[in-house]
Each structure stands twice: as structure tokens, then as C-alpha cells.
Design a binder for this molecule. Structure first.
Ligand SMILES: Cc1ncc(COP(=O)(O)O)c(C=O)c1O
Length: 349
């Protein structure tokens, strides 16, 4: 299929500024980490933004902080998420106590799914973390209700916002609904820069612990945990170069989405709307769904697809892999590809 491209303005910005990094000799812990952090704070309207080298390292660090300073030792994650989200929990030394079911309409757990799992849980809630992943580009539509519930129950809520940088729900950015969230800028993501992650939180204490964690707390020497999971300066510039164009990237993808939406509507094919009742997504994926039938049997002519989110289930949500498909969508997607997809949609009925 076609190549995934970066905006020209991003590439030019990177090229224009890279020499300054070499000339300054400041290859780590320098001004581009600070600039990127400020940029994210202003875009996402969040108090703290700490640059790290991946979403996964940021989540592990947050979990370790909540274990060390808040006595959290147990965790729940959702059934439909990337396999690595499960490995993150054990890597941070947590006890994975349950997997929350997910709905085909959103590929994520509803408030009711989450509440049911918590109601069935016999352990202590003040030792529990729930880590939810936004899937496909939209924010979990029930996140406000879920965050309120977690607060009432004294459960820590972390948002794995690996897929959802730039997405909003009622004008609020992903990653800012729970106690903390983490974005990913890994190569395949909606807004991508190769590698990188950013931890966001409105909790100053967590922000400060995180800043010290990524420097092994080698200056203050108060913490017993910490590791270098920092973002190199060149990579901070790279992420900055892409992030500053995030609106342009989403706007471009919206055109492809509209083309698919029109075809889907015409042929009564259900899709996850990223520009309506589920807020404004970043179109990481364009997901079509078939609630009742196996989707490849229902739509046999649709062959031009990208990887599913996901083709496996970690828990009970075993039906989801067979009931959705992802259509190609990325910045400057070749028209020949989207035309081919539309033809395949037409051919399916
Ligand atoms: C849902 C989800 N969470 C977390 C991650 C991890 O992101 P990173 O590769 O930046 O650690 C990914 C990446 O594939 C993901 O899809």
C-alpha cells in the first residue's frame, strides 16, 4: 500500500532547527524538551506535560509512582487493547485482577462494563488502578462518568491515550480526564514522529514526581525509584515538529473519512463516527463494524484494509476482532487507495 507521510512543514521545521542542537552540544535534557512540554500544555490545557521516550515507559513510570507513594498494587485494564498494555502491568509489578469487557460500538468499555467489573471485585479499592485505552482515535465516550465514579470510589484512573493525541470530547483533550494520561508518537500512530511519549496530568505532585523519576532523582536524591526514560533532544524536536501541525494532519484525514462515511451511509454500513456524538477524533483508524455478523462474511469485497484494533482479545471481548475492519486512513493518503476502498464498499452490496 502507500507510504505514510509527514507534513512538509514538519520536515522543514526539523531540518531548520536540527543544526542548532548540534551547535549547542545540548543533545539531552535541553530546551526542546522544555519547548515540547510547553507546547503540549498549551494545546491540551493541562498543568503538567513530561516528555518520555514512549507511551509504555510513561505508563510504567506512573504505575511505579502510584505503587511507591499511593500504595496501589492491583490493576484492571480493558479486554480490547494492545497486548503490551498487559505486559506493562506486570513490568510495573502490579497484580492484574481483571479485564473489563468492551463494546463493539466503540471498541472500548462502557461505564456499565467498568462498574460491573468493579462491583464484582473483592479486593480493596484504595489499592486499585484502572488503566483504560482510547481505541482508534476517539476518547472513551463514557470517560467523564467513569472518571467521576473512580474518584468517588478512590480508584486511580490512568488514560492510555496512545491512540488519541489531539482528540477531544466536549472540547477537553484526551489524557486529561483521569489522574494522568500518556500519549504515544510511535511510527504507526495518528500523529507520529517515530518514537516518543508525553505524560500529562493536572496533579502537580504527580508531575513533580515524574520529572524527578526520569532523572533517577539524581539531584534531590529523595526517591527510591527512577530511571532514564527521557526523550533525546533531537527526538523532542522531531515530536515538536509534528505536533505543531497536528490540526493540519487531522484536517487532511477528515477528507478521507468523509469519503468513506458517504459510501458507508449509502450502503448501510455502520462505522465509528469520529466527528459527532463521540466527540472529535484524530482518525487514527477508520473503523467499520458489523454488530451481528462476521464482518468478512458480511462484506467480502472489502479487501483493502489496515491492521485491526485488535485481531485478538485479552479477555472476554472475543467477538470484537471478527466484527470490525479498519480502512486505510493517513495524512495525504493516495486518492487511488481511497477510490479503491470506495469501489470495494460499493461492490459489497
Ligand atoms: C493502545 C496502546 N497502548 C500503548 C501503546 C504503546 O505505545 P508506545 O509504543 O509509544 O510505547 C500502543 C502502541 O502500539 C497502543 O496501541
Amino acid at each position: 500500500m502507500g507510504a505514510i507521510k509527514l507534513p512538509e512543514k514538519s520536515v522543514d521545521f526539523f531540518k531548520d532547527n536540527q543544526n542548532q542542537i548540534f551547535e549547542s552540544g545540548n543533545l539531552a535534557e535541553g530546551p526542546w524538551n522544555d519547548k515540547l512540554s510547553e507546547k503540549i500544555k498549551s494545546i491540551c490545557n493541562v498543568k503538567e506535560a513530561i516528555c518520555v521516550n514512549s507511551n509504555g515507559s510513561g505508563l510504567v513510570a506512573l504505575l511505579l509512582i502510584y505503587k511507591e507513594y499511593y500504595g496501589r498494587t492491583s490493576i484492571m485494564i480493558q479486554s480490547n487493547t494492545m497486548y503490551g498494555v498487559k505486559t506493562i502491568t506486570k513490568t510495573a509489578g502490579y497484580n492484574l485482577v481483571d479485564l473489563i469487557d468492551c463494546q463493539i460500538e466503540t471498541l472500548m468499555p462502557s461505564y456499565e462494563d467498568l462498574k460491573k467489573t468493579v462491583d464484582n471485585y473483592k479486593g480493596e479499592l484504595n489499592k486499585l488502578v484502572i488503566m483504560l485505552s482510547d481505541i482508534g482515535g476517539i476518547i472513551n465516550p463514557d470517560i467523564v462518568k467513569i472518571a467521576r465514579y473512580c474518584k468517588e470510589k478512590n480508584i486511580i484512573l490512568l488514560e492510555d491515550a496512545a491512540h488519541s493525541f489531539g482528540s477531544t470530547l466536549n472540547n477537553k483533550f484526551s489524557g486529561t480526564f483521569g489522574n494522568a494520561g500518556v500519549y504515544s508518537y510511535y511510527s504507526t500512530k495518528a500523529i507520529f514522529a517515530g518514537e516518543g511519549g508525553i505524560v500529562v496530568t493536572n496533579d502537580k505532585k504527580i508531575g513533580n514526581l515524574m520529572k524527578d523519576f526520569i532523572a533517577y532523582d539524581r539531584f534531590k536524591q529523595k526517591m527510591e525509584i527512577g530511571c532514564n526514560i527521557r526523550l533525546p533532544e533531537l527526538q523532542a524536536l522531531m515530536v515538536y515538529s509534528v505536533v505543531k501541525e497536528y490540526k493540519e494532519i487531522i484536517k487532511d484525514k477528515l477528507q478521507t473519512a468523509k469519503k468513506y462515511e458517504e459510501a458507508c451511509k449509502k450502503f448501510n454500513i455502520e462505522y465509528i463516527n469520529q466527528n459527532g456524538k463521540f466527540g472529535n477524533g484524530n482518525f487514527y483508524k477508520f473503523v467499520i463494524i458489523s454488530k451481528n455478523k462476521n464482518i468478512t462474511e458480511f462484506l467480502p469485497t472489502i479487501k483493502t484494509t489496515t491492521s485491526k484494533v485488535y485481531d485478538y482479545a485479552l479477555g472476554n471481548s472475543k467477538a470484537i476482532p471478527n466484527k470490525h475492519l479498519c480502512l486505510p486512513i493517513w495524512f495525504k493518503l493516495e486518492e487511488s487507495i481511497s477510490d479503491k476502498v470506495v469501489k470495494e464498499i460499493k461492490g459489497s452490496t
